[in-house]
Write a protein that binds this ligand. Structure first.
Ligand SMILES: O=C([O-])CC(=O)C(=O)O
Ligand SMILES: [Mg+2]
Length: 288
């Protein structure tokens, strides 16, 4: 299986003894940069997928086909293992199975399925959760949808910030019992909440959402957190850089006076230009 070694790397992070930060990745360029900088994995968030593909906020407008195609582009560009935020699995439990099939063939190393009611329901101003029974069905569907057993399936809940920490624990225990590989929590804000969740469960933990109180790697490690997200700053930095550059050009600055551009060395590395040159020499013949 072409993607097995990526999945095994993600598994070794989950079964290892330390907590790591993923690189936030969303396209072929960002994943290659994350790989070159030595990140052990990439996180492909639903929010950055929506932004990179559609220019939209994270309100479930992106389709599964678009998400999977963006994952495929990243898999082609880099061998870095990627954890994909597969939201609610793009529908009910039957859709979850299809989502897993598509993301597996697109080369994801792992994916999260969450128990949020998506897209937002009519008349609701607050985020809602589906029932734990429906959540269990989605986890089972995800596990049954894999053809490669090394693909990592994570059960995810945001209950800590929507209902209560006790509900987050109840849901996490129910998802753990289905056989998922790890638990992904958003909305956990304090050390006490994390400790309550960690002591009630046994699987490796992934934490989404950066909270000030939860940034000490040794504490996260001691609570079985193996991956801690740090938000999605790179796409915000890229947006600012494009804004500044276009603004300067629009205001009449000469291209050679622009600041903050990637050097030709960095551009060549991102494009894997030396590999392309080698292949050109091998396949297209020497320059006359
Ligand atoms: O998974 C993440 O990176 C956090 C999240 O839900 C998103 O960005 O859509
Ligand atoms: Mg998301």
């Amino acid at each position: 299986m072409a993607f097995r070694s990526r999945r095994e790397k993600l598994r070794s992070i989950l079964s290892g003894g330390t907590c790591v930060h993923p690189g936030s990745v969303y396209d072929a360029i960002s994943i290659r940069i994350a790989e070159d900088l030595g990140f052990p994995l990439g996180m492909f968030g639903g929010s950055v997928a929506s932004l990179a593909v559609l220019g939209d906020p994270d309100v479930t407008l992106i389709t599964l086909t678009e998400l999977a195609e963006q994952m495929r582009r990243m898999s082609r560009a880099s061998a870095l293992p990627v954890l994909v935020d597969a939201d609610h699995g793009y529908g009910n439990a039957l859709n979850v199975r299809r989502t897993v099939q598509e993301l597996e063939t697109a080369g994801a190393a792992g994916l999260t399925i969450e128990d949020t009611l998506l897209p937002a329901a009519f008349g609701e101003t607050k985020t809602q959760l589906i029932s734990v029974e429906e959540g269990i069905g989605k986890m089972k569907a995800a596990l049954g949808g894999r053809s490669d057993p090394s693909l990592v399936i994570m059960g995810r809940t945001g209950a800590a910030a929507i209902t209560s920490i006790d509900d987050a624990i109840r849901r996490a225990k129910a998802y753990e019992a289905t056989g998922v590989d790890a638990l992904f929590f958003t909305g956990i804000k304090s050390r006490a909440e994390l400790e309550a969740v960690a002591s009630a469960t046994r699987l490796p933990i992934v934490l989404g959402g950066a909270s000030e109180e939860l940034n000490a790697l040794h504490h996260l490690t001691s609570q079985r957190v193996r991956i801690a997200l740090q938000g999605h700053a790179p796409i915000a930095a890229a947006t600012q850089a494009v804004y500044e550059t276009q603004k300067a050009l629009r205001e009449g600055m000469a291209p050679k006076s622009l600041e903050g551009l990637a050097s030709s060395e960095l551009m060549a590395r991102v494009m894997r230009e030396s590999d392309v040159k080698t292949r050109s020499a091998d396949l297209l013949g020497p320059k006359k």
